[in-house]
Design a protein around this ligand. Structure first.
Ligand SMILES: [Zn+2]
Ligand SMILES: [Zn+2]
Length: 312
């Protein structure tokens, strides 16, 4: 009865595209869906900003919530009602700008019925509370006028200390975090161990060999990637100098270095994502792959938005 009531409520309030029904997501098994593969905060182009969904037996775990995550989530046919938890790698806006709006879109479609836990660096709890405060006029109105649940009671932000740790575990997944360097911030890489296989997500990081240890034996490693000749073009476009170029290079991992990490970790599959620069179409998939393939002998996927990667 409860389910029927919710579906009726959803249909009454929101436009049809928000309710793309989950199909493959309901099947057993695990897959990773790349929702946004462009590094950096610029919007536009053929890639959306960083976001990913891990689907395990239909339960959904979102990793980073860059601009565009809600629309990409819906386009991928994912169901807000299956969302269990959110993990944020670090507090650069390309990874968390749509965090609050993603929760809001979940709530406003009457899909937020069970507690959602959001994990990330210090500031997560504050970000949740500040977002509801920013939008309290709308939220209070809809609760009073439309009989909605209060989202403030259902979303829980968790600030993680910058130490290696197990973050959470439920019946589908065990999640661990490893702090990695990403000047001037810190970043969390996350590892997801499921009954079907393991996925490691680098977040943004400079070359960091302990990440290979953390990813040891994983089935899928999703690693950020920097194409150095593209950085030269980026520097020219921004009229930046050597300091600008070094800033980008020091905080990220070059395509060659990505291959080294994947080889050291011995992962089955390397998925390159968070492309910097991600909006220069002259950089072909082969150019992204070339550096990594010099060092890594396994399968390399140059990630595309909405691409689904089976985890097994
Ligand atoms: Zn980033
Ligand atoms: Zn970053």
């Amino acid at each position: 009865m409860l389910q029927l009531g919710l579906v009726a409520g959803v249909a009454a309030y929101a436009p049809a595209p928000l309710f793309a029904q989950s199909t493959a997501a309901d099947a057993s098994g695990a897959k990773l869906v790349l929702l946004g593969t462009k590094g950096g905060p610029r919007v536009g182009g053929t890639r959306s900003n960083p976001a990913n969904a891990l689907v395990v037996d239909g339960s959904i775990y979102v990793i980073d919530t860059g601009m565009g995550v809600s629309a990409q989530f819906v386009k991928a046919g994912l169901d807000f009602r299956k969302l269990k938890a959110i993990f944020i790698s670090h507090m650069h806006s390309d990874h968390e700008l749509e965090f609050g709006n993603f929760l809001y879109n979940n709530w406003v479609t009457n899909s937020l019925t069970n507690p959602i836990h959001a994990y990330g660096p210090k500031g997560m709890d504050e970000m949740v509370r500040d977002y509801w405060a920013l939008n309290h006029l709308d939220i209070d109105t809809r609760i009073a006028d439309e009989g909605r649940v209060d989202p403030r009671e259902l979303v829980h932000g968790h600030d993680l200390q910058f130490v290696p740790q197990q973050v959470m575990q439920d019946d589908k997944v065990r999640v661990s975090a490893l702090p990695t360097p990403h000047k001037p911030l810190h970043n969390f890489a996350y590892r997801f161990d499921t009954p079907y296989g393991s996925v490691v997500y680098s977040g943004d990081t400079s070359y960091y060999e302990p990440l290979a240890e953390f990813a040891k034996g994983a089935d899928v490693l999703v690693h950020e990637a920097l194409y150095v000749p593209g950085v030269d073009a980026l520097t020219k476009r921004a009229r930046g100098g050597e300091a600008f170029r070094n800033h980008i290079i020091n905080a990220h991992t070059t395509t060659d270095e990505v291959g080294k990490i994947a080889q050291l970790a011995g992962v089955k599959k390397l998925v390159m994502s968070h492309f910097v620069p991600g909006d220069m179409e002259w950089i072909t998939d082969d150019m992204w792959r070339e550096g990594a393939a010099r060092h890594y002998s396994g399968e390399i996927i140059v990630g595309r938005d909405l691409q689904e990667i089976p985890v097994s």
